[in-house]
Design a protein around this ligand. Structure first.
Ligand SMILES: *Cc1c(COP(=O)(O)O)cnc(C)c1O
Length: 411
């Protein structure tokens, strides 16, 4: 007999998993709407960190003693969890990094050995500074030329213009999956397919996508995909670079040191196999293990539930905020995640952020590490509210009231 599917998602029950959500700020219950900057940490992850330092803290891969073996096993287990979650073909295609920024720099550094003067690389207008600056440094080193996919008023990339930028000079395309400043979901499938048609490699910055949607690197056929643990319920200081095996063999190592070598003499050093070639020195062992537990936790919640809850919050908050006279939302694509960037006419975003903080609401203000987007709209910055699955409509109401109050006081 068919059983009707019951939606077991209860946001108030889920909130119990996050100790920090119980605290107050300036005497008011915390309303945490800065999830695009960093997500909050569930007990499962906090406990994994405590367990590591309480019971099996040791350096990995090099020791024969029991603690070292336990730590090594747990760390490699985390790599398997990431492999399975992102559907990489091989575990050694998963490189632990310190975060998205580190992953991008690792790849950009590697391409310094591959690019020649006059080669072209393509970036999108919607990028975070960490997916712009490493490539500018690469261009300075190699004489390669940086081209930019333009955007429209809605905060969407102009795909016709992208097609025109591609040529046999194009060697690499890099773009975020989801914009941190506007929430736009970019058409990365098309970006990847078109780049591959002319033989260019593609790096996707998945820092904002991985917390919200299940990503399949093989289905995307992407060459490199980078994420940060701290934006997906994990700790800070750990992230992942996925790279296709062939590319990881082609790229030279990023840093030299322990763990990344096969043999060292003063005449010549040979490098270790993947993934160790890119993991010089003692890594963030605890962070890697805890990142694995964060992935487990997200699966317990379920990406279907995550998306449904966040979409509801996005629609509701958009509707309520739009009722405020003089409020303008930046980033109005039909394809977006739970990020709302806005301004109120005649009011500086920083002043709104300060007043709503007095009322317990955490939002981000400023350029969100995406100055080119702010330049496009000719604004200094925005107020950004970004929602996670553990946020509620009731919290949205608090935000809307707080913004109304700020508007009254400031204009
Ligand atoms: C946060 C973010 C980054 C940088 O991530 P770090 O964890 O600071 O290295 C890069 N790109 C996007 C789209 C981001 O949201």
């Amino acid at each position: 007999m068919a059983v009707a599917q019951v939606n077991t998602f209860d946001v108030y029950k889920v909130r119990e998993d996050f100790p920090i959500l119980k605290r107050t700020v300036n005497g008011k219950p915390l309303v945490y709407f800065d999830n695009a900057a960093t997500s909050q940490t569930p007990k499962k992850v906090i406990n994994a960190i405590v367990d590591y330092y309480s019971n099996y803290n040791a350096n990995i891969h090099r020791g024969v003693h029991t603690l070292s073996q336990e730590a090594t096993d747990a760390y490699e287990q985390a790599r398997f969890k990431l492999q399975k979650h992102f559907n990489a073909a091989k575990a050694h295609e998963i490189i632990f990094t310190s975060g998205t920024t580190h992953g991008i720099n690792l790849v950009a550094n590697g391409f310094a050995a591959i690019l020649k003067a006059g080669d072209e690389i393509i970036v999108s207008a919607l990028e975070h500074h960490s997916n712009i600056v490493p490539w500018q440094i690469l261009c300075e080193k190699t004489g390669a030329i940086l081209k930019v996919i333009p955007m429209n008023e809605e905060g969407e990339l102009l795909m016709d213009a992208y097609h025109k930028l591609l040529s046999n000079k194009t060697k690499l395309v890099f773009c975020n999956h989801i914009s941190n400043a506007l929430g736009t979901i970019n058409p990365i499938e098309e970006i990847i397919t078109k780049a591959h048609e002319i033989g260019a490699a593609v790096l996707i910055d998945g820092a904002q996508a991985a917390p919200h949607i299940q990503v399949d690197v093989q289905a995307l056929d992407v060459d490199f995909y980078v994420v940060s643990g701290h934006k997906m319920c994990g700790p800070t200081g750990v992230g992942m670079l996925y790279g296709k095996e062939s590319w990881l063999h082609t790229l030279p190592p990023y840093q030299g040191g322990g763990e990344m070598i096969a043999e060292v003499t003063f005449e010549k050093t040979t490098y270790a196999d993947l993934p160790h070639k890119f993991e010089a020195g003692t890594p963030n062992i605890c962070g890697g293990i805890a990142f694995g537990y964060a992935i487990d936790y997200l699966h317990e919640i379920g990406f279907g539930n995550i998306q449904q809850q966040e979409n509801e919050l996005l629609l509701y908050a958009t509707e309520q905020l739009q009722k405020i006279l003089g409020l303008k939302i930046y980033g109005t694509s039909a394809h977006k995640t739970s990020v709302i960037s806005f301004n109120i006419e005649g009011v500086h975003p920083y002043d709104i952020g300060t007043i709503v903080d007095k009322l317990g609401v955490a939002v981000r203000t400023g350029h969100h590490c995406a100055q080119p987007i702010m330049d496009f709209y000719k604004i200094p910055g925005t107020v950004r509210a970004s929602f996670a699955f553990y946020n509620t409509k009731q919290e949205v109401d608090v935000l809307v009231d707080a913004v109304k109050r700020a508007k009254m006081m400031l204009s």
